[in-house]
Design a binder for this molecule. Structure first.
Ligand code: SF4
Ligand code: SF4
Length: 99
């Protein structure tokens, strides 16, 4: 595969091919007590959609659930099993289309 094709098929390009029908309520619920004491915070770098970010000032984990791709990587990666993870309600969430 050429370098041009690799760039063309990178994650940033793939993310532009999907749509979302956002739920009004989050389907990702990290345990605040566990997350506030977590030092590894692997959720903030493993998520391909950058859903999680850590606010150093408040000590809170921010969750932009609207961008979730429903891949499940964060649930698997969290060493403390701290993420309450459900699919969004029927009809909501990410919409993949063939391209
Ligand atoms: S979700 Fe898991 S990895 Fe992320 S901050 Fe919370 S405990 Fe740490
Ligand atoms: S399920 Fe995937 S896309 Fe959604 S928050 Fe977890 S790692 Fe990110």
């Amino acid at each position: 595969m050429s370098e041009e094709n690799i760039k063309k098929n990178g994650i940033e390009d793939k993310l532009t091919t999907i749509k979302y029908n956002c739920d009004s309520k989050t389907h990702l619920v990290p345990d605040e007590n566990i997350c506030s004491r977590c030092e590894i915070r692997c959720c903030t770098y493993i998520c391909p959609a950058k859903v999680y970010s850590y606010d150093e000032n408040s000590g809170m984990l921010n969750v932009e659930y609207e961008n979730c791709l429903e891949c499940g990587a964060c649930k698997i990666a969290c060493p403390y099993d701290a993420i309450g993870w459900n699919y969004p309600k029927a009809g909501c969430g990410v919409i993949y289309k063939q391209s």
